[in-house]
Design a binder for this molecule. Structure first.
Ligand code: FPP
Ligand code: MG
Ligand code: MG
Length: 439
């Protein structure tokens, strides 16, 4: 039976880890330059939703409820992370020119611990293990994974606010405004560099490959958004969904992007085909831009727990479905919420020329909107007309229904492979909360 307090506050199950998140990230991102330190830490200072690390931690905890007999043995190396170097702040000029990463510390082997025992020795194995950490079952690498995911996400936000020319984020001036474009871009790159060090220190080739691929996916998704190829004549390649297939070695899954010609060449394309292709493009773009990070880190959390293949696959699909759901809701909120409510610019997508699900649903009913979409709503009155059409054709409700479908699929993935537990209930609660959120 799940206590009501946990359902009210699913975060309480991982509050210990969540409370350390900012501090731990802080120790991973120091640089030799004070200004770079300030910008790098800037987005972590204000309260973001931290939904991604929360998901990774709760999923890791729920995975630890799977009986040991149904899991692969966890390699002893996977019980620990090599010591993270402590990065120096800028105390003197010499610090600036020193390599702050320092030499790699060899893997610490934990002696005397049965590989079958799932425990949480924290990142400092010499410390005495508190009883509650032992029971919680979140492995140090899974916790580090949660930190890495938040670092990558934050790096992408620094870049996104430059690309979108935003003026606010988390109720504060965005990085590009508080500093400037050049510094915001470099700070994002720096965070990515630091995240890469931490990824490599996870010392698990499959996880390293997955998380690194998600960085590339973010950029691919952002690029697809920038270059909406299907609305450009003579370009008829549509990227299909990303599939993860085992390599011949059977060890490290790699991503392949399958391309298929969705729009027939030199033929008249019907309106229905055009809309269908646009949705296909939009969903794949959304997968890459938003869902890939959470789906690949969910997969990684499962791998680190020693889970079997069907569990790993369902965790991956869970992340994919919840990520798609998250962005669909984001695309609704862009229409319905004010900048004050969001803490970032509202009604931004149409002004940026972006055709998201609500307007695609309206276009399905009114083919004439195709021209507006194609010219990225840049003529006078286009944005206002598009908004009217979205409401007229119920575009927001239709998007919500689609988001709910992905939410249901995500819940199905959890229930398929995770035993009932507080952590699973909390994950289900969080999954539902993503649909009903208002910011
Ligand atoms: C927010 O979308 C942005 C993303 C989910 C990803 C952005 C990715 C890049 C800028 C590519 C570069 C990536 C890295 C890792 C440096 P949004 O603009 O729709 O949301 P918003 O309303 O929160 O701004
Ligand atoms: Mg943006
Ligand atoms: Mg953007």
């Amino acid at each position: 039976v799940t206590p009501k307090s946990i359902l009210k506050d699913p975060i309480s199950l991982v509050s210990h880890e969540m409370s350390q998140l900012a501090n731990n990230i802080g120790s991973l991102i120091g640089s030799g330059h004070p200004t770079l330190n300030r910008i790098g830490a800037y987005y972590f200072e204000s309260q973001g939703k931290k939904i991604r690390p929360l998901m990774v931690l709760l999923l890791s905890r729920a995975l630890s409820e799977i009986p040991i007999e149904q899991r692969n043995r966890i390699k002893i190396d996977d019980l620990d992370i090599p010591d993270q170097p402590v990065y120096p702040g800028t105390k003197s000029l010499t610090a600036i020119f020193k390599d702050p990463v320092g030499p790699l510390t060899p893997l610490k082997i934990l002696h005397g611990i049965s590989p079958n025992i799932i425990l949480d020795p924290l990142t400092k194995p010499h410390e005495t293990l508190p009883e509650f950490d032992y029971k919680r079952g979140i492995l140090p690498k899974q916790r580090r994974l949660a930190e890495i995911v938040e670092m990558i996400h934050t790096a992408s936000l620094l870049h996104d606010d430059v690309i979108d020319d935003s003026d606010s984020r988390r109720n504060r001036p965005s990085g590009n405004i508080a500093f400037n474009n050049k510094m915001a871009v470099l700070a994002g790159d720096f965070l990515l560099g630091r995240a890469s060090v931490s990824i490599s220190r996870l010392r698990n080739p499959e996880v390293i490959e997955l998380v690194s691929t998600s960085i590339a996916n973010l950029v691919e998704g952002e690029f697809m958004q920038l270059k909406n190829t299907i609305f450009q004549p003579n370009v008829d390649l549509i990227e299909n969904d990303t599939k993860i297939i085992p390599q011949p070695t059977g060890k490290v899954p790699v991503d392949i992007h399958e391309y298929s010609v969705s729009l027939p060449k030199n033929q008249t394309i019907t309106h229905e085909q055009n809309v269908e292709a646009a949705f296909e493009y939009y969903i794949h773009k959304t997968y890459l831009k938003t869902a890939s990070l959470i789906s690949k880190s969910s997969r990684s959390a499962a791998i680190l727990s020693g889970a079997q293949d069907d569990v790993i696959e369902n965790c991956y699909q869970f992340g994919r479905n919840i990520g798609l759901c998250f962005q669909l809701v984001d695309d609704i909120l862009d229409y319905t919420q004010t900048s004050e409510q969001l803490g970032k610019p509202g009604l931004a997508d149409l002004q940026l020329g972006l055709a998201t699900a609500p307007i695609l649903f309206a276009w399905k009913e009114n083919p004439e909107l195709g021209e507006l979409i194609q010219r990225k709503f840049k003529n006078k009155g286009d944005v206002e007309l598009a908004i009217n059409e979205v409401y007229k054709h119920d575009g927001l409700n239709k998007t919500k229904i689609l988001a709910q479908e992905y939410c249901e699929k995500a819940l199905g993935n959890l229930r398929a492979v995770l035993p009932e537990s507080d952590s699973r209930s909390a994950l289900e609660f969080l999954t539902n909360a993503i649909v009903t959120r208002t910011k």
